[in-house]
Design a protein around this ligand. Structure first.
Ligand code: NAD
Length: 454
């Protein structure tokens, strides 16, 4: 991170040194080690926001309004980001937060209990592991990691250092998701025979843009972090989603929520036996790396799950405000983000964003339902409660990791030539493709590596 004039060697050494110093001294670490929590709402919780963009501002606004919560730092590698967040926090907090550009400043501060990581995906795992090593609790946005190996390291770091690691799969805190899970577990749908997950969004032709000068105040090298060094490109910077190095397309961005909610209501099954992802850029002929449309089949043994995800269907819509925050039910067939769960007795329509679920039988007759509400209002407090109580959060990294794997399994299947891949669920390696195993772990840049032993 050039802003602190540290070399990459120092970056790595610094994070290792931080481990020992902070983990040993942090008060939360001590509490975790003793198994004791202080769940009193009066116990102050001090946070640092890492990544002051759109989602970071949602979290700063939501969490700073919870009793006893304060953001001490707002960290971004681009000096222009975060002005609005700083202003808002200064208004609602007793103490104004400090703007920083290097997350290690927050990790080295013993007063900080936790970090909220809302950077692009290629930074999620490294920042989470560093934070755990430094004795900090973590809220990390979805998709929690950019590779299967990274997710495993996040789980290991959380457990080794006794940290709370809540993933931004907020549907897990929605009461409607819990009632859907209980409904399925009750057997009222019968045996589950098929699950269809949709994430079919609007889209248009994607065009590459030429490289250009780095904008003033942006540390492009730090933005790239663990990802390969490339010249500044405004297209990558503004929208990193359609690049394997930073995210992995709409599947990682948006369908990850759908897949996670579906896993949750199915009772969090382990990894599927196999995956096959086909897809293409035939809708608009975009020249981007990630496909405009993907069709995935996961084999869970007793049932099959499919996922259709992409940016090619403008007439399908995400749930509107009246559905997310009101009492209106969606029009399921034209809902872009619906899940259909087929049992031997009935089928369930399920939606995220607080949409809820309806169970339908012949003729479209609804026999059961539960309406939801956009779930940030439960998910953010759950993180803060768990910092105080040391209870496992609703979207614990160990539950979120297999959901993130569904994204990575599919993208790897697509990248190795749209082949069916078989997966060893214990070793988390493919059993029929060396090429696929080569995509389990990113090739990190020197100085930004996650160690094998976290
Ligand atoms: N759970 C949800 O519903 C939800 C919704 C939107 C976005 N997200 C997720 O939130 C994350 C952020 O998305 P966004 O839309 O806010 O993006 P954004 O581009 O608006 O903000 C990301 C910010 O992170 C900063 N950044 C990059 N590397 C950094 C580093 N090493 N340290 C500090 N700052 C760094 C960037 O400069 C940028 O300002 C993504 O992972 C996205 O998938 C989740």
């Amino acid at each position: 991170m050039s802003t602190l004039s540290l070399s990459r060697r120092q970056f790595l050494a610094g994070s290792a040194a931080t481990v020992a110093a902070s983990a040993a001294s942090s008060t939360t670490a001590a509490r975790a080690a003793s198994g004791a929590g202080d769940s009193a709402p009066s116990r102050r919780v001090v946070l640092a926001l890492i990544g002051a963009g759109g989602r970071g501002s949602n979290h700063a606004a939501g969490m700073s309004r919870l009793p006893g919560v304060e953001f001490k730092y707002v960290c971004d590698v681009w000096k222009d980001r975060g002005d609005g967040i700083l202003k808002d926090l200064t208004r609602v907090q007793k103490r104004a937060p400090r703007r920083i550009s290097d997350l290690r400043v927050a990790l080295d501060d013993r007063e900080v209990d936790g970090v909220v990581i809302a950077t692009p995906e290629h930074w999620h795992a490294l920042a989470t592991v560093m934070a755990c090593q430094a004795g900090k609790d973590v809220y990390v946005e979805k998709n929690p990691c950019n590779a299967i190996w990274e997710g495993r390291k996040m789980v290991e770091a959380a457990r080794k250092y006794g940290r709370i690691v809540q993933v931004g799969f907020q549907n897990r805190s929605g009461p409607y998701a819990a009632s859907a899970r209980d409904y399925l577990a009750s057997g009222k749908l019968g045996n589950i025979v098929h699950v269809k997950v949709y994430n079919m969004l609007e889209g248009s032709r994607w065009e590459p843009v030429p490289d250009g000068p780095v904008p003033a105040g942006l540390d492009w090298d730090a933005w790239l972090g663990p990802a390969p060094k490339v010249p500044y490109n405004p297209g990558r910077h503004a929208n990193w989603h359609p690049w394997w190095d930073y995210k992995g397309g709409t599947l990682a961005d948006d369908a990850s929520h759908q897949l996670d909610l579906t896993r949750m209501v199915l009772g969090d099954p382990g990894h599927p036996r196999s995956v096959l992802c086909t897809g293409s850029n035939h809708a608009f002929g975009s020249k981007r790396e990630v496909p405009e449309f993907q069709c995935i089949t996961y084999d869970y043994g007793t049932y099959t799950m499919t996922c259709e995800s992409g940016n090619a269907t403008p007439y399908l819509r995400k749930f509107p405000g009246e559905v997310r925050y009101g009492n209106q039910w969606p029009h399921w067939p034209t809902s872009a983000t619906r899940v259909e769960i087929y049992g031997t007795k009935a089928m369930m329509y399920l939606g995220r964003h607080g949409c809820g679920w309806q169970v339908v039988v012949e003729g479209g007759r609804v026999i059961d339902q539960d309406k939801g509400y956009f779930p940030d209002k439960w998910h953010q407090p759950n993180f803060i409660d768990c910092i105080r109580s040391r209870k496992t959060p609703n979207a614990d990294i160990a539950l979120a990791h297999p959901s993130a794997c569904l994204v990575h399994l599919a993208n790897i299947s697509y990248r190795v030539g749209q082949k069916q891949l078989f997966f060893d669920p214990v070793r988390e390696r493919f059993t029929n493709s060396t090429a696929a195993n080569g995509l389990l772990k990113p090739a990190y840049r020197k100085g930004y590596r996650i160690p094998d032993t976290v």
